[in-house]
Design a protein. Structure first.
Length: 611
């Protein structure tokens, strides 16, 4: 899109030198017979290009490109045809008015699938090296199509409903599949079976891409012949380029899968599935997952732990080094429930230093977690100092009681936690990936392993789960908005029915482009500078709830900045939405008065060498 925008922008800059206010260059008025100052409204098309053929061509091309380019994830179990159709129509609307959102979504899925592909290859290579054989057997390798299949929720596990809150089937995320691979339990999937389920192939995708390319080539030919272009064509080109980008990103992703590949129930899988469930957001209650306060104890060194937790010195700051997938990396203070030490976050963006006081270790009489279940021989033991239920900002009266489901999962997850720890001992670089290490003990990281189904849009911070900076997608979204706005800026010298519409078009396009480039620079700076990233996070809504509950001295200042950023961000988002809608609406409304040359066909023979 950026290349196309720059082409059109450069062309119109060259035209603008001699262009009067009405948008038709004076030099072209006298030298090009194909351009007329006469404006027309509705033009019939029995013998050539007319209004109906222009509108129908743009609308059909635009709708078909977006509709066919959409590769949605596997829908939830029991989804009706009507619900599935409504979901697809909703995403088509997003593609028409916010194509950069689709590009960011496709980029997230592509990066996740590529990450999974690389990690599976690392796991296979490691296991082959560990085998004490001259010619170790080759591991079954996954293709990018299989990795996309896993990323879109194509792999589910049949479970015992009595263990997982009545859920007979749970879907694995890309992180869940990667964890199975890390433990040598990667499920077998047939690439041909996935291809057979997919309702799209390379030929169908190629034909739609050819149709999309045709409208771009036609616009380039009109510019080369100094013929005017309608605003509808300019707007369509922007969406078509986005659709082509979607095709490139989703080329290996299966199309319109209705059902996942279900792994049969096996007792050997229950421990690891239970551990994944406890670590995933699916187990959260009041924002707290089941694994949050469960410390891992090596079975070789199990011993009774005092109910107040490990011994510590109140004069020294405690530290917590969060796992890669932990959402606490966004807002450590709200996660732990206490303020930082004077040194703040140190060593890396995953480490958080804080000062602990006795009040943080007091357990309310209403507090009920896994504490009463703790026994000397359990691998997962309750750590009250790390437990969010024991913090003063939690409403203890609303705390849920421990259920039999939780007890069963906790019993099953212990051996799986030890299996994961042993695997990390062989590959020590992954300890900080799967475990949150702390001066108060070792804890399992909270990562998105399981869900009822995989959402099509998991959020612009989703890539934090695959060790990619959480603002990476936001920078892609911002750059796409910049390119989209620049393409529309390039058309501001074309004919508009009124001067107000020209001004509104230019203001809208500049606002979208400038918002995109400024956001891109901001998110890029956050990715490059950890200090700047932390400072921005304290001024955004990630810490809103924590600052409202805080009694620290800087509460008023933080609250002020929260109000400013919230109001300012809301106004910018509203203005951005109005600008996007105006560009699409104006592209159709402007057809009521266009230069008559818009309906002239270019002479294609002039573009080919001939004698």
């Amino acid at each position: 899109m950026a290349l196309a925008a720059s082409f059109f922008f450069q062309y119109y800059l060259n035209r603008a030198a001699a262009a009067p206010v009405d948008g038709i260059p004076v030099s072209e008025q006298s030298t090009s017979p194909s351009i007329s100052l006469d404006t027309v409204g509705w033009v019939g098309d029995p013998n050539g290009r007319g209004t109906f053929s222009l509108v129908s061509s743009c609308v059909i091309t635009l709708t078909l490109c977006v509709w066919s380019a959409l590769h949605l994830n596997v829908p939830p179990q029991g989804t009706s045809f009507r619900t599935a159709a409504f979901t697809r129509v909703k995403w088509v609307v997003f593609g028409l008015f916010a194509p950069e959102l689709l590009v960011a979504t496709a980029s997230a899925q592509y990066l996740t699938a590529r990450w999974l592909f690389n990690e599976l290859r690392k796991d296979a290579k490691h296991r082959q090296q560990m085998l004490d054989m001259a010619n170790p057997p080759l591991e079954p390798s996954w293709t990018m199509m299989q990795c996309f299949f896993a990323t879109m929720g194509g792999i589910a596990v049949q479970t015992r409903a009595s263990t997982f809150n009545g859920a007979p089937r749970i879907t694995l995320s890309a992180e869940g599949v990667r964890l199975l691979s890390f433990l040598g339990m990667l499920p077998h999937t047939d690439n041909e079976e996935i291809h057979d389920k997919s309702k799209g192939d390379w030929l169908a995708k190629s034909l739609v891409c050819f149709q999309a390319f045709y409208i771009i080539i036609q616009a380039i030919a009109r510019l080369a012949a100094h013929m005017p272009i309608s605003l509808l064509e300019v707007n369509t080109i922007g969406h078509v380029i986005c659709a082509l980008t979607l095709y490139l990103l989703w080329w290996n992703k299966p199309l319109e899968l209705d059902h996942p590949h279900i792994l049969p129930y096996e007792q050997a899988m229950e421990p690891i599935i239970s551990l994944m469930y406890m670590c995933s957001p699916i187990s959260e209650n009041m924002g707290v997952s089941e694994i949050r306060c469960m410390a891992y104890k090596d079975p070789a060194r199990l011993q009774t732990v005092d109910r107040k937790g490990s011994v510590y010195s109140s004069d020294l700051p405690q530290y917590t080094n969060f796992s890669v997938g932990s959402k606490a990396r966004v807002d450590p203070k709200a996660f732990i429930g206490m303020g930082p030490a004077k040194r703040g976050i140190a060593r890396s963006d995953t480490r958080f230093d804080y000062k602990m006081e006795e009040k943080h270790c007091d357990v309310s009489p209403e507090h009920r977690c896994f504490m009463e279940l703790q026994t000397p021989d359990t691998i997962l033991q309750h750590g009250p100092k790390y437990c969010r239920w024991a913090q003063s900002d939690i409403d203890h009266k609303r705390q849920p009681r421990v259920t039999s489901f939780e007890i069963e999962r906790w019993r099953l997850a212990g051996p799986a936690a030890h299996q994961l720890w042993e695997a990390c001992q062989e590959r020590e670089s992954y300890i900080n990936y799967y475990f949150t290490t702390s001066s108060l003990g070792t804890f399992l990281g909270e990562t998105y392993y399981l869900d009822h189904y995989i959402k099509n849009f998991a959020g612009l911070s989703y890539l934090g789960h695959v060790n990619v900076h959480r603002d990476h997608l936001k920078s892609i979204l911002a750059f796409t908005a910049f390119a989209y706005g620049s393409l529309h800026i390039a058309a501001w010298r074309e004919h508009f029915p009124t001067k107000f519409e020209r001004t509104a078009w230019l203001v809208s396009a500049i606002f979208i482009s400038c918002t995109g480039v400024l956001s891109f620079v901001l998110f890029l700076a956050k990715q490059k500078s950890a200090a700047f990233d932390r400072w921005i996070n304290t001024m955004t809504t990630d810490s809103w709830e924590f600052y409202k509950r805080s009694h620290m001295a800087q509460t008023n200042t933080a609250y002020f900045w929260q109000v400013v950023t919230s109001i300012g961000g809301g106004l910018i988002l509203m203005a951005f939405g109005f600008a996007r809608v105006y560009l699409v609406v104006e592209a159709f409304v402007s057809l009521r008065s266009v230069p008559s040359g818009v309906y002239d066909e270019p002479n294609w023979t002039g573009f080919f060498p001939h004698f």
